[in-house]
Design a protein around this ligand. Structure first.
Ligand code: GLN
Length: 534
């Protein structure tokens, strides 16, 4: 198959219905049937990418192998499919306009008035087609961010309509995710909001092929028939998506509702046989039948919005299942931690993770948490800023480098144990200028990290500006914190650990971004294991 087929996923009625999870679940089912599938997401906001967004806005920024800063839904895609995504998988309105405006300046449209239609829509279509034309995929699932009817989604819906027209029936279809609210007072599920959202799509020239209906109660036959009739879809194309206890149940729930068959039938692809989901089922079984529980504290400053730490929370779910252990993850606000209350606040946890982050807020609390973990032999993992803080804490408390700091927090600090590299000092723009994406790392033989990974050559994803300052390496190592992972090209420190401690690792990279159901990340598996024994 040279040209991939397209499944568009749109959302109606409200946001937060879980389009990303539905898209990922459908992709999983199609992948388990042997199709080569990828997912791309088009976001209607004007930021060029989510890299400059505060985590409170859209949750975590997910980083791909090739260094794209993307929407957190791409994390779900990778966790479900175990296939890496890339720059091409996430496109924003800002990125589309940037290209069109650059083209205009270059004279590409010379003489023409540059307009939303056709210039913006053509650019959206070009980007929608990139993955489909790569030859790497049979099916491309394309999630349109936002809700149908939003002003900013209009160019995407129009581009989708045109692409479906270009590609012809059965080569591109629309799965519309919608809400069937339950009215307690009436004791009824209501279909009217869905009918209206389908009408909004129809006004824009798009007839959905499949309806996926989010609901708190099961849909009966009568209701399914009504939805099919009034929304003009076949009865077997009304799919119930009932609330689940874990997102990892979603592929099984969609299988039961035959979403994969509805989609394949519309695409005129083979529907015989069943998807091979053995590995997925084994994971689910372990997830749902833990033999023990550990309590782990995640210390960070964005704790009010758990989406800010999405990939970390999911990595713990994968690692828990692989250890047949339920990980109860509790978010502890770093701003509220002090020397006086730390024992009280962290004393009941078997493991501590200090999260990534930016800026000064909550730093002293993070240092306090690290000191507590270090002095009390509590298994500890520090990620990115968490690793940098573990170096600062060690420098201050063990090396007695008073006021050691990162130049991010205090540019006048006497001992900048974490500092900017020369090339970063030259950057004048914030967007896309961090150390981003996958870099190799070599682990020291015999180190805890090498033991945990079971190898010494690894590659992990990055998203940071500041680095361990090598000027302090000898002093810090002599005092007992070892650099056990370095970038083989630049010599930059990637991993620190304290051999005298039970399990203490800090990593400059983001291991959570590579943890998937099929491949739980060794550092999370290791931390959970160590916490189970502590
Ligand atoms: N703020 C730190 C830096 O830029 C750490 C970034 C992070 O934790 N992702 O280097």
């Amino acid at each position: 198959m040279s040209q991939a087929k397209y499944v568009f996923v749109t959302g109606g009625v409200t946001s937060s219905l879980g389009k990303g999870i539905v898209a990922a679940s459908l992709a999983k089912l199609l992948q388990a049937r042997g199709y080569r599938v990828t997912i791309q997401k088009f976001d209607p906001y004007i930021n060029v990418d989510p890299g400059t967004l505060n985590p409170y806005e859209h949750g975590e920024c997910y980083v791909t192998e090739d260094g794209a800063e993307t929407d957190l839904d791409l994390g779900h895609y990778e966790r479900f499919l175990n296939v890496p995504t890339s720059q091409a998988n996430n496109v924003t309105t800002g990125r589309v306009y940037q290209t069109v405006i650059e083209n205009e300046r270059k004279g590409v449209y010379l003489g023409k008035t540059v307009q939303v239609i056709p210039h913006i829509t053509d650019e959206i279509k070009r980007r929608m087609r990139i993955l489909g034309e790569s030859g790497d995929y049979d099916i491309v699932i394309t999630e349109i961010g936002g809700t149908v009817g939003d002003i900013e989604s209009l160019p995407y819906v129009e581009s989708m309509r045109q692409l479906i027209w270009d590609m012809g029936d059965s080569n591109a279809i629309v799965v519309h995710l919608t809400l069937i609210p339950y009215l307690n007072a009436a004791g009824e599920l209501k279909t009217k909001p869905t009918q209206h959202s389908v009408k909004s799509l129809l006004e824009l020239g798009v007839q959905p092929d499949v309806l996926v209906c989010r609901t708190e109660k099961p849909l009966n036959q009568e209701l399914r028939r009504k939805l099919a009739l009034f929304c003009n879809v076949q009865s077997n194309s009304v799919i119930e998506a009932i609330d689940l206890s874990t997102i990892y149940e979603a592929p099984m729930a969609m299988l039961k509702e035959k979403l994969d068959k509805a989609v394949l039938t519309k695409l005129k692809l083979k529907t015989t046989g069943e998807p091979d989901l053995e590995q997925w089922k084994e994971f689910l079984f372990k997830l749902e039948h833990p033999k023990q529980q550990v309590d782990i504290a995640l210390v960070g400053k964005y704790v009010e919005l758990p989406d800010a730490y999405k990939s970390i929370a999911e990595a713990f779910i994968h690692a828990g299942a692989s250890n047949e252990c339920k990980v109860k993850l509790t978010y502890v606000h770093s701003e509220l931690l002090t020397e006086d209350n730390v024992a009280n606040k962290l004393g009941s946890y078997q493991g501590i993770l200090v999260a990534p982050g930016f800026g000064n807020r909550g730093i002293e609390g993070k240092l306090t948490a690290i000191r507590y973990a270090r002095e009390n032999n509590i298994p500890f993992l520090g990620i990115c800023l968490g690793m940098q803080c573990s170096v600062i804490e060690f420098a201050r408390e063990v090396c007695h480098l008073e006021n050691a700091h990162s130049s991010e927090m205090d540019d006048n600090a006497q001992h900048k144990v974490i500092d900017l590299m020369e090339e970063q000092k030259k950057m004048s723009h914030y967007g896309g200028t961090m150390r981003l994406g996958a870099y190799d790392c070599e682990l020291k033989k015999g180190s805890l990290a090498a033991k945990v990974y079971g190898k010494t050559k690894i590659s992990e994803r990055h998203r940071h500006r500041y680095e361990f300052n090598d000027a302090y390496k000898a002093q810090i190592e002599a005092a007992g914190m070892h650099i056990t992972g370095t970038n083989p090209m630049t010599g930059l420190a990637e991993v620190v650990e304290i051999p005298d401690h039970k399990w203490f690792i800090g990593v400059q990279f983001h291991p959570e971004l590579k943890s998937t159901v099929a491949n739980p990340h060794p550092l999370f598996v290791g931390l959970v294991k160590a916490s189970m024994n502590s």
